[in-house]
Design a protein. Structure first.
Lengths: 368, 405
């Protein structure tokens, strides 16, 4: 474990930016059609439960990284395998977000630039900041949080002022019934983006005031849920369900639709900055979790010795996980939630928590 | 030694990272396209015309004494082929710079293409391309090719594309027979089963407005003017409306901002004029148990009397009340004309289907597929209007109240 401390405010900012990350830019929960915003909210509420699970796990072992306490709960052999798998998952997720980010830039701005160059440039930065440690990531997050919020507020005002919002697009409310919303939430929004907060159980031991973790983390989840929900509602209200569904990046289309007073238009750069801020923090956190996990599992004292090789792995992984954008997105929608999110975000933590609780009770009984 | 190494590395990194973007495009290498026009040829090929701005000649705008530059503010280039991407690449044979679409504000599609093939095939590329903005306006050329519209010069706005857009927007605002539609809105209406689009048509006279001489006259030969509203059904243009019916459509779409309505008085058809200041049209659907659909249209309008040709005592509230009723009648009539037209053509340009969808999603699911053919023509429409005449200008009674007696 790195000798570093972050405060609860920084944890809040990191969770918030992490959740907004790439989720802000995709059409989240659009399978619930015009009720997508409700599906996002439903997913967020579900994720509070998930996070409570990760938090309880942390309470059992407040000074240890999950990669260590897994070995304590389910024995050194199985624990090591589980920890190793988690490191792989974090690296895979980092690579996925990196690929998302690169693909978006190539599609929307740099048509002729090779994906590799874009990914490499971003990863260089991620490697650098991870090398500097969690404290630096947290402080960067604080600055970027302000940037993102200024953008969000300005963007919302401009969308309101240019009269683009047509609330009729959001009607009829609950057309597919509660069932469709819950189904979308259960199969999609619960895992992406909210369930991804599982990575924060690697970060929680660094928080200096354990009593403040719960309010900070839960309010960050709620706030990001509300923000994402509003974003989806605005996207649908501006573009309509059909266009939101077909858009690779609905927020980009919404922002492009802004026309205020004949001169405030084509604000694509808003989208660009939001994209880079979100993507950067999300990749950094995943990557940091993978690095710190590996250093803990393999007992490498200096994390800087792991940063570069693992960075290279993530970079090449981001290039080879899919041959094209359509494949990448389809994997993300159909394969990843079932085989990665469900076991590693829900089932394994639940098993670990049960194990930890049983073990604790056992040791209490023994003492008596 | 270490410092030197740091300096060297940062300098090298700087050289690599700060030297510029990968796919950079410098302004002098770009041909800024202000408008594009798409025509259909006899053999089914498309003809694609781009209107490229000549920067030097537009920049002179506003400077005194430089009027009448020697070459026109825009040039057009035309090429034909089977798809727009290919044509765009082929155009490079004629244009010396990279053809750049990020500033394209206007898309003109010829009537022939809209009627025969439908507009859907050509719209995909406009939506998909990352350079092109889907907030660009779209118009249909009426009784002329899109190419002719591209070529016609205009006198006040130097760039003809701007002239068309500004004309369309201003006439939508002050007269209300036309609507401005962006590519994005058009596509949204095309895909919605409970809505069909209307698009403004523009007209010019062939081969008349291409030279600078043509706009040096006070009454230019080739004039770009808004003609009517093209009505679409399943992506194809089926009819064009003008006058009263167009206005009814625009009322129903709640897009009227200002307009003038003639008031009939004591047998005289155009005795006074009601000048609309603001209005709000609400359309709601009422699905009865038997399955009949009743649309309720309510217009709330507010305005002034701006002109009186007949001696009417405008100081009397009773007279104004009566006048309000007359205006209500006229508005209702024009809305009913529009409804009749749409039902006759079996195309839901009025968005009634969407209103039903919002009102009764379950019934809508059953009706969705054959809404326009089977259900839409049978829809009953109740129109009600509330008109308020607030003021009568600087005078109450007209000066000719005693003279004409």
């Amino acid at each position: 474990m790195e000798k570093a401390k972050i405060n609860a405010g920084q944890l809040f900012v990191l969770i918030f930016l992490f959740e907004m990350g790439s989720a802000l830019l995709l059409s989240l929960g659009i399978e619930a059609k015009q009720d997508a915003w409700m599906a996002v909210m439903a997913g967020m509420f579900g994720s509070l439960l998930l996070f409570w699970m990760y938090y309880r796990l942390y309470l059992f072992y407040p000074d240890m990284l999950p990669t260590s306490y897994m070995q304590d709960i389910i024995g050194p052999f199985l624990g090591k395998i589980a920890a190793y798998l988690y490191i792989l998952v974090f690296m895979y997720n980092a690579a996925r977000v990196l690929r998302d980010f690169g693909e978006m830039l190539v599609i929307f701005a740099y048509n002729e630039t090779p994906l590799f160059i874009i990914n490499a440039l971003l990863l260089l930065l991620v490697v650098y900041i991870t090398h500097k440690g969690i404290e630096v990531i947290a402080r960067t997050g604080e600055i970027l949080f302000v940037v993102l919020y200024v953008l969000a507020v300005t963007g919302s005002i401009l969308i309101l002022v240019s009269g683009l919002i047509n609330l009729d697009h959001l009607k009829p409310v609950l057309e597919g019934g509660i069932g469709r919303i819950l189904k979308t939430a259960g199969t999609e929004t619960l895992y992406v983006p909210f369930g991804e907060a599982v990575v924060f159980f690697m970060i929680l031991p660094y928080v200096n005031r354990p009593d403040k973790i719960k309010p900070a983390a839960l309010s960050a989840l709620v706030l990001s849920g509300i923000n994402l929900s509003i974003t989806m509602a605005v996207n649908v209200a501006v573009l309509g369900v059909d266009l939101t569904e077909r858009s690779q990046f609905p927020l980009l289309n919404t922002i492009q639709a802004i026309q205020v007073a004949e001169f405030l238009e084509r604000l694509d750069v808003f989208f660009m900055i939001a994209l880079i801020v979100g993507g950067f923090i999300k990749i950094s956190i995943y990557f940091y979790a993978a690095v710190i996990g590996a250093s803990d599992l393999f007992r490498v004292k200096e994390i800087s010795r792991l940063v570069f090789p693992l960075g290279l792995v993530v970079l090449f992984l981001s290039m080879v996980i899919a041959s094209g954008y359509a494949e990448h997105i389809r994997e993300g929608l159909h394969f990843v939630p079932l085989y990665i999110h469900l076991p590693f975000h829900v089932i394994l933590p639940a098993l670990l928590l049960t194990g930890a609780a049983l073990k604790k009770r056992h040791s209490v009984n023994k003492r008596n | 030694m270490k410092i030197k190494l740091y300096c060297l590395t940062s300098a090298l990194v700087g050289i690599i990272l700060l030297s510029g973007c990968w796919s950079n495009q410098e302004l002098p290498d770009l041909a800024l396209v202000s408008a594009i026009g798409i025509d259909l040829e006899k053999d089914g090929r498309y003809t694609f015309t781009v209107q490229v701005i000549n920067p030097g000649n537009v920049a002179g705008e506003g400077m005194q004494g430089t009027g009448g530059s020697e070459s026109p503010p825009v040039s057009t280039y035309t090429e034909s082929g089977w798809n727009l991407t290919e044509i765009n690449r082929k155009l490079s044979k004629k244009v010396s710079r990279h053809i750049y679409f990020a500033h394209t504000n206007l898309v003109v599609i010829s009537e022939k293409l809209a009627q025969e093939e439908g507009i859907m095939p050509v719209l995909d590329v406009l939506e998909r391309d990352h350079e092109f903005r889907s907030s660009a306006q779209i118009v249909i050329s009426h009784q002329s090719d899109a190419e002719d519209i591209m070529k016609t010069l205009s006198s006040i706005d130097k760039v003809p594309a701007n002239k068309i857009i500004n004309t369309m927007k201003s006439t939508e605002k002050v007269w209300g027979e036309h609507v401005s539609v962006s590519v994005r809105e058009l596509i949204a209406k095309l895909v919605s089963p409970g809505e069909a689009p209307v698009v403004t048509t523009f007209h010019t006279i062939e081969n008349q407005g291409e030279t600078l001489q043509s706009i040096q006259r006070t009454n230019p030969d080739g004039r770009l003017e808004a003609a009517g509203l093209a009505i679409f059904k399943k992506g194809k243009m089926v009819d064009m409306t003008t006058g009263e019916i167009s206005k009814g459509i625009v009322w129903l779409l709640n897009k009227v901002k200002n307009t003038a309505v003639s008031v009939q008085w004591e047998g005289e058809k155009h005795a006074a004029v009601f000048d609309l200041i603001r209005q709000q049209t609400k359309v709601s659907a009422d699905v009865e148990k038997g399955g009949t659909v009743r649309m309720k249209v309510n217009v709330a309008a507010e305005g002034n009397v701006s002109e009186v040709q007949h001696p009417i005592n405008l100081a009397s509230p009773q007279a104004l009340n009566k006048m309000e009723q007359r205006v209500e009648e006229t508005i209702k009539q024009s809305i009913m004309h529009a409804v009749d037209k749409a039902q006759e053509l079996e195309t839901d340009i009025l968005g009634f289907g969407e209103a039903v969808h919002r009102e009764d999603p379950e019934k809508w699911k059953k009706w969705e597929d054959e809404w326009e053919e089977s259900y839409f023509p049978e829809v009953q429409v109740d129109v009600s209007a509330d008109v308020f005449i607030r003021r009568t200008g600087l005078r109450d009674e007209p000066f000719h109240r005693y003279l004409t007696k």
